[in-house]
Structures are given as structure tokens and as C-alpha cells.
Design a protein around this ligand. Structure first.
Ligand code: UD1
Length: 417
């Protein structure tokens, strides 16, 4: 099995290109089910999760071409098989995003329940309740959610009791083909949702309130072909910003946008890191020592839970104490014991962790159970004395394209072995 070997202590310097956002691409691909297309997605990243979504859509009966050289995905055709099987859904929870489009367009879907996941229970009740409000009838059979709406979905006012990115996306897609008006209240406002809405509009959907927590969708009879550029990956950008900060270098994140990274940029600045917006992207520079800072994860525009582990790695070598509170997912501190093995001083209880900065981490063999936890260990390795081996690299391949190539191009000593 592949592993990543890092020899820490090299400040990074140079440019890192930021790819298209994984978490935008997955719902955009699911949106391909809403029309015969073709739907052309530009700036598509080459990641394991994208390959999983492609396999899912292909088994539904769609044609999905991924031109990796051109960074383009082209989706066309219609679903014939309305079942999303356990094997694919358990590999990637975002597979449930096919449910809304399938029920809206074909009046039926059978989607495996995703089951447990490393960062908590993560139910899908909000997806189901919303579709029920739009007229779908659900049965649970053999671990599958079987949704039926033979006469099509109808518009409804859906008030989310809790902000959910996936449920907002699923219901937004479903609403585009529902009869009448759907109002999504307390909707998630992540940039990936704005990107999905823009693409749906290009396909012919009628949506108001993009970028706010109240989306109003006027259903249409059908959607058509479109070409859509995917937004840059704010989490990839934030991760490499932490890499520059933890090693004390200067890196230009090509294509990264300040608008997507407000809370992360504010926190980096509080820690003593310079962040400047340039025409080609964001420049991250750290000249002096790092200072500790407190963060609490929140829905956008708050500090992203997907940046929590990376930020914790940074705080391990900052001066003073930092309190990190995770409010989105239970059980999202699995990186703590591994960081501790590298010499970090972290205590956690429930949803909060206290990190007391140390002058140096030391390299060690480590492994993690999810994508962002794994990359936090890479960051720690970049700053640590000696050699770090990160095991279970397949987690990294789900969300970071050419991680070791991008980092070694800016001076890191990192390789896949
Ligand atoms: C998406 C992102 C993920 C990110 C997360 C939060 C994708 C593919 N994944 O995941 O990287 O960490 O947003 O920003 O975009 N919840 C329920 N019932 C539901 C749905 C969610 O209780 O039906 C809860 C979850 O357990 C969690 C919270 O709501 O505690 C937020 O989850 P949600 O925003 O739905 O996350 P995902 O869409 O799964």
C-alpha cells in the first residue's frame, strides 16, 4: 500500500495551482441526472471521489467522459437504472446526492443508506423529510431508501431545523423540476451551493436568493445542456495556506479566492500569517513566529469543519494555547492521538480541544481515518524534525490531486513510497 514519506523542516516557496472544488464537482455531477445534457464541467479535479461519482452515474446508465488533460467532465444521457448500490454509497456519502435528481426527473429512486462513517453518525433524515414534503413517499427496505413520486414532485416550503450542505443541494436540485415554487429556508450558504445554483440556472432552472439562506426555486418542465466552470477548491487552498504557514515560507495559491476563505484568512492573520490578494490568487507568507488562536467550526461563512484538522496541526507549533471547538460533526478529533505521537500537546473533551504549542514536532509513522485528518498529519510532518510516514494514502487521494507533486514543487521533501 502507498505511503507518503516526508522529511520536515523545509520552508515552502513558490506557486501552487488550486484545482476545481471536489465538494462542488460532486453535486454538479449529480445535477447531470436532471437533463439529457450534455452538461460540460470545466476545471474538473482528478480525484478518487470524482471517479466514484462517475462510476455511480455510469451504472445509472449515463455517459460520463472525463478528459483529464483538458480538466473537463462531459455528462450526457438519461438514467435507466434508478438504484444507487451499497458498494458505491458506502465508499462515498455524497452518493446520496443522486436521490433528489432521480426522484424529481424519473419519479423514483432506490438509494442505499450510507451507514456509519469515520467522523460521526451523519444521518440523512433532512434529505428524506424535505423530499417527503415535496410529495415523495419513502419505504425503507433492505438497507435502501426507496422513494416514489409517480406524479412528480411539487413545490413546498422547507424549513431546515439545522444547516445541511448535502440536504440543501439535494432539495435544490429536486426543486428545479418540481411543480410550482419551492422555498428552502435556513439553507446552507457554502460557496459550493452557489456554484451548483449557477450551473442549474445555466441549465434553465429558475432560482432566486443565491448566496443567501433562503433559496426560492420556480420549477420548470425540463432542463437542458450547459457548460459550467467549477469554482476553485477553498479547502485545498486553505490546506496549502496552512502548509506555507507551518513551514514559515511564502506561497502563491494560484486561483484561490478571498471570498471563499474569509474565516480561514481572518484566523491565519490572527496567528501572525500574512495573506494578500493578488491578481493570480492568494499569497501566504509567514516571517515571524506563529501565535495561537481559538476557532469554532460553523456553517459558512463561519470557519469550515473541513479546515479544523489542518488548523489544529498549525496550532501545535504556535506560541501559547489555542482552543478548537468542533460544532458540526461529533467524533472529528481522530487526528489528535496521531498528532500527540509527533510530540503535540493536545487535550480534548467532548467537542473542544486545547492545543498548547510546542517549539518542535518530531517525525513519526502515523495514519488517519479520514481525508482532512490525514492531510493534517502531512502538515505536521512538513514542520517536524526528522521523518514522518503517513499511512493510508487513499484518504488523501480522495480530495488532494497530486499532493506530493504540488508540495515538492515548492520545496517540500515529500514522496510517495
Ligand atoms: C458536506 C461536505 C463535507 C463537509 C460538510 C460540512 C460534501 C460532499 N461534503 O457534507 O466535506 O464537512 O458538508 O461543511 O460537500 N445532518 C443531519 N441530517 C441530515 C444531514 C445532515 O443531522 O439529513 C447533520 C450532520 O450529521 C452534520 C451536520 O448536519 O452534523 C452538517 O452536515 P452536512 O452539512 O449535511 O454535511 P454533508 O453535506 O454530509
Amino acid at each position: 500500500m502507498d505511503r507518503i514519506r516526508i522529511r520536515g523542516g523545509k520552508p515552502l516557496s513558490g506557486n501552487i495551482p488550486i484545482g476545481g472544488a471536489k465538494n462542488a464537482t460532486l453535486p454538479l455531477m449529480a445535477a447531470g441526472l436532471l437533463s439529457d445534457g450534455p452538461l460540460t464541467l470545466e476545471n474538473a479535479p482528478d480525484l478518487a471521489d470524482i471517479a466514484t461519482m462517475r462510476a455511480l452515474l455510469v451504472q445509472h446508465g449515463m455517459k460520463v467522459e472525463h478528459d483529464k488533460a483538458q480538466r473537463r467532465l462531459v455528462l450526457s444521457g438519461a438514467a435507466e437504472n434508478l438504484e444507487a448500490p451499497y458498494d458505491l454509497v458506502r465508499k462515498m456519502r455524497a452518493s446520496v446526492l443522486v436521490m433528489g435528481p432521480l426522484v424529481a426527473r424519473f419519479g423514483e429512486a432506490r438509494v442505499s443508506l450510507p451507514g456509519g462513517c469515520a467522523i460521526g453518525t451523519r444521518p440523512v433524515d433532512l434529505h428524506i423529510k424535505g423530499l417527503e414534503q415535496m410529495g415523495a413517499v419513502f419505504d425503507l427496505e433492505g438497507g435502501y431508501m426507496h422513494a416514489k413520486a409517480p406524479g412528480g414532485l411539487r413545490g413546498a416550503t422547507i424549513i431546515f431545523p439545522q444547516v445541511s450542505v448535502g440536504a440543501t443541494e439535494n432539495l435544490l436540485m429536486a426543486a428545479t423540476l418540481a411543480e410550482g415554487t419551492t422555498e428552502l429556508v435556513n439553507a446552507a450558504r457554502e460557496p459550493e451551493i452557489g456554484d451548483l445554483a449557477m450551473c442549474l440556472m445555466r441549465m434553465g432552472a429558475r432560482i432566486e436568493g443565491i448566496g443567501t439562506d433562503r433559496l426560492v426555486v420556480e420549477g420548470v418542465k425540463r432542463l437542458g445542456a450547459a457548460t459550467h466552470p467549477i469554482i476553485p477548491d477553498r479547502i485545498e487552498a486553505g490546506t496549502y495556506a496552512c502548509a506555507a504557514a507551518i513551514t514559515g515560507g511564502t506561497v502563491l495559491l494560484e486561483g484561490a479566492r478571498m471570498v471563499d476563505l474569509g474565516a480561514v484568512v481572518r484566523t491565519l492573520r490572527e496567528c501572525g500569517v500574512d495573506v494578500a490578494e493578488e491578481t493570480e490568487g492568494l499569497r501566504i507568507t509567514r516571517k515571524n513566529g506563529l501565535r495561537g488562536a481559538d476557532v469554532m467550526t460553523e456553517p459558512f461563512p463561519g470557519f469550515a469543519t473541513d479546515m479544523q484538522a489542518q488548523f489544529m496541526a498549525l496550532m501545535c507549533v504556535a506560541e501559547g494555547a489555542s482552543m478548537i471547538t468542533e460544532t458540526i460533526f461529533e467524533n472529528r478529533f481522530m487526528h489528535v492521538p496521531e498528532l500527540t505521537r509527533m510530540g503535540a500537546r493536545i487535550k480534548y473533551h467532548g467537542q473542544s480541544a486545547i492545543v498548547r504549542g510546542v517549539p518542535k514536532l518530531s517525525g513519526a509513522p502515523v495514519m488517519a481515518t479520514d481525508l482532512r485528518a490525514s492531510v493534517s498529519l502531512v502538515l505536521a510532518g512538513l514542520a517536524a524534525q526528522g521523518e514522518t510516514i503517513v499511512n493510508r494514502v487513499y484518504h488523501l487521494d480522495r480530495g488532494y490531486e497530486s499532493l506530493e507533486r504540488k508540495l515538492s514543487a515548492v520545496g517540500a521533501e515529500i514522496e510517495r513510497v
